[in-house]
Design a binder for this molecule. Structure first.
Ligand SMILES: CC(C)(COP(=O)(O)OP(=O)(O)OC[C@H]1O[C@@H](n2cnc3c(N)ncnc32)[C@H](O)[C@@H]1OP(=O)(O)O)[C@@H](O)C(=O)NCCC(=O)NCCS
Length: 478
């Protein structure tokens, strides 16, 4: 019996317990086929608010785990301290978006005409509502994002004035921050809108910023790598990824489909990863979605997080420079060994996952289908056969298997996107879908300011000493 159920049984009579927990397990769904996402949310929010309030009221004192000194010093690994609705990560199975695996999303989410990969618009609808959308609902999201895509001139001017040396992620983060001039939530808050309506403005800002991200990213790309050529206009008949690819300057149909897959699978990875947790934390201060998302992007820009996809490609490029594009396994082993003398092997390992990342696997399947003879893909495959055993032999790496970043760059290279510094921007555009759909729910459910307790080492030592002190028995009193 788990800690949770043991504790529950102490608090609540068994029949009431069974009935109420079963009732609470019933997920709330919208009953209609409405295509307006905000209308669907209006139906869902009160139901989910009621379910969460009842659960909290009935179970507020139930313990769900314990915290050790190792966890406190170990980056809070394993501490259950966050509620994050949109996705959950299983160490062995990988991510589930609202209960659906990547394979299920690929099969069930609507596709563009002629496309084979899911539309990120559909994934966003799923994350926000828990329901797989219809084709009409997805088309509504596309139209809505296309309508909201315009960028204020001052943001364009700012981007155009950035020095070429400024990393694309810094540019992205700065542009998102500055967009908060148009935040509907910030304005509503200063106009004293009631707390019960916060989510509606978070929703508006989220839709606005998601709509604008491809254009911002494309301006950054063209300024840095295409001599500042114009991104062109949004085609209101085309989907978010098609417009993004086109503004970047790519018209290959396979690349567009790759982008749809890429933007779907990088969206969300439960709540504890650096970017999701950052946006959750900053949003809890009621900073608007622009400020919260920009903060998330700054976390994503770290080499142990999103920047790893750039690092992987740099590392593979150096491998090719050093040992050629058709290396033997022994040459690869030597290269990995040399890397381990000074750094980690990028694209391998994970803080939670303990198996090959399904986001890696679906990209591998894409490559096997569309570019089986690509030389860099062959090296990525060869690394897959060599690296896990070597990392396993180190004896300290908890997960020797590849993560999402081990594969994505090679696919982008194949279609001509060679600018590795830009890869994390694509990741960031996708990550917005996950963290912002959660932010709508964080405000709808009234989550408070996040404020965990910290301790100094001295304080921790004193606390542990007090715990270890033998209990004073009844005899002391006498
Ligand atoms: C993702 C990552 C940061 C997770 O870190 P973590 O949860 O601390 O991982 P572990 O608990 O397995 O780390 C234990 C040890 O193994 C090492 N390790 C983990 N992954 C490694 C890798 N890919 N190559 C070499 N060593 C690695 C850690 O550096 C640590 O060593 P230390 O005790 O000497 O500091 C880590 O695996 C990593 O740096 N991977 C490479 C970067 C990357 O791909 N990031 C993208 C993640 S999606």
């Amino acid at each position: 019996m788990s800690v949770v159920s043991r504790s529950v049984s102490r608090l609540v009579p068994s029949t009431i317990r069974t009935n109420s927990i079963v009732a609470l397990q019933q997920k709330c769904y919208a009953s209609t086929q409405k295509t307006d996402l905000k209308e669907v949310l209006r139906e869902l929010v009160p139901k989910e608010q009621k379910r969460v309030a009842e659960f909290k009221a009935q179970n507020k004192d139930v313990s769900i785990g314990q915290v050790t000194v190792d966890m406190v010093y170990g980056g809070m690994r394993g501490i259950k301290g966050l509620v994050y609705e949109t996705s959950v990560l299983d160490p062995n199975e990988g991510i589930r978006f609202r209960g659906k695996t990547i394979t299920e999303c690929q099969a069930e989410l609507p596709k563009a005409k002629g496309g084979e990969e899911p539309l990120p618009e559909g994934l966003f609808w799923l994350l926000v509502t828990s329901q797989v959308p219809t084709q009409e609902q997805v088309e509504w999201v596309t139209r809505e994002w296309n309508k909201r895509a315009a960028i204020p001139q001052h943001v364009v001017t700012m981007l155009n004035n950035f020095p070429a040396q400024l990393h694309p992620m810094s540019q992205l983060s700065a542009a998102i921050t500055v967009l908060n001039l148009g935040s509907k939530f910030a304005k509503a808050y200063s106009d004293s809108v009631p707390k019960s309506k916060y989510w509606e403005y978070i929703y508006e800002d989220s839709m606005d910023v998601i709509a604008k991200l491809p254009t911002i990213a494309a301006i950054i790309y063209r300024n840095l790598y295409r001599n500042g050529t114009a991104v062109g206009a949004i085609d209101s008949e085309k989907d978010w990824s098609w417009n993004f690819a086109t503004m970047l300057g790519y018209d290959n149909k396979q690349f567009v489909d790759l982008l749809r897959l890429y933007l779907t699978i990088h969206s969300d990875h439960e709540g504890g990863n650096v970017s999701a947790h950052t946006s959750h934390l900053v949003g809890s201060a009621l900073s608007d979605p622009y400020l919260s998302l920009a903060a998330a992007m700054n976390g994503l820009a770290g080499p142990l997080h999103g920047l790893a996809n750039q690092e992987v490609l740099i590392w593979i490029t150096k491998l090719v420079e050093k040992i050629g594009d058709s290396p033997t396994d022994d040459q690869i082993k030597q290269y990995v060994q040399d890397t381990l003398k000074t750094s980690v092997v990028p694209g391998y390992g994970h803080a939670v996952l303990r198996k090959t990342d399904p986001r890696y696997t679906c990209q591998r399947e894409f490559a096997l289908k569309h570019l089986p003879n690509d030389k860099l893909f062959k090296i990525v495959s060869q690394l897959y056969t060599v690296v896990p055993k070597m990392l396993g032999e180190l004896g300290k790496v908890k997960n020797p298997w590849p993560n999402v970043d081990a594969h994505s760059g090679v696919l982008l290279q194949h279609y001509g996107m060679k600018e590795m510094n830009f890869y994390t921007v694509l990741f960031g555009v996708s990550r917005a879908l996950g963290v912002l759909s959660q932010m709508i729910w964080s405000r709808a459910l009234g989550f408070p300011l996040e404020r965990p307790k910290s301790l100094s080492t001295d304080g921790l030592i004193a606390f542990v000493a007090a715990q270890k002190k033998p209990a004073t028995g009844a005899g002391t009193k006498a």
